[in-house]
Design a protein around this ligand. Sequence first.
Ligand code: ZN
Length: 246
Amino acid sequence: MVREYTLERYARQLPLIGIDGQRKLLKSTALVVGAGGLGSSVLPYLVAAGVGRILIVDKGYVDLPDLNRQVLYSEDDLGKAKAIAAAERLRRLNSSISIVSYIMDVTDKHFEELVMSADVIVDCLDNWTARFVLNELAVKHLKPLVHAGVQEFYGQATTVIPGQTPCLKCIVPKASDRGEPIPIIGFTPAVLGSIEASEVIKILLGEKPALAGILLVVDLKNVEFSKIRIVKKSDCPVCGAYTSAS
Ligand SMILES: [Zn+2]
């Protein structure tokens, strides 16, 4: 049951998604993996839109160089666990939904349970090693995975619908992590995170995500957005065995 005050909170988006759509969001669980720059952009919009249950996974602690882009945090949060500090901040934005923090990474033995309990997974990670683990779990449990990655002034995003679209391993066969901090400036994850939030909301409403089977490449130096159609690899070690039933 959507209560009156809850409806009032969402008044400006109800003409877009309807009361039934709002109820869908309120009944949904989003698993947001990574509460850094991308997470700082995705999380407030999912919380504000009324996604009813939001699970935040991050094992890091707030450090001064994070503050150029991780706008969820303030100087008062330095040294705090990101998953906890993020949840505290976000509960002040919307106390009527459930926000749960997990100080862990994707290799934790309990992480898979979170994947299984989610309706959608949001990749807000900063490295391909962890991303591949997330990709495998999303495909294994047939959970939609909204991906974005950022570096410098550039970013990319796609939405993986297991069984229908390419997975992350289809498009990036090998991890290419630098092993050192990636140069980055705040507006890049802000833009890519907003795009992820828009995909998450569409998925939860039961609409077709715009980036299913499409890689969006964003160049904010020149403010250019390109869409590239991507194909599923039939011999992909992760998703090759899963094909669409439709
Ligand atoms: Zn694949």
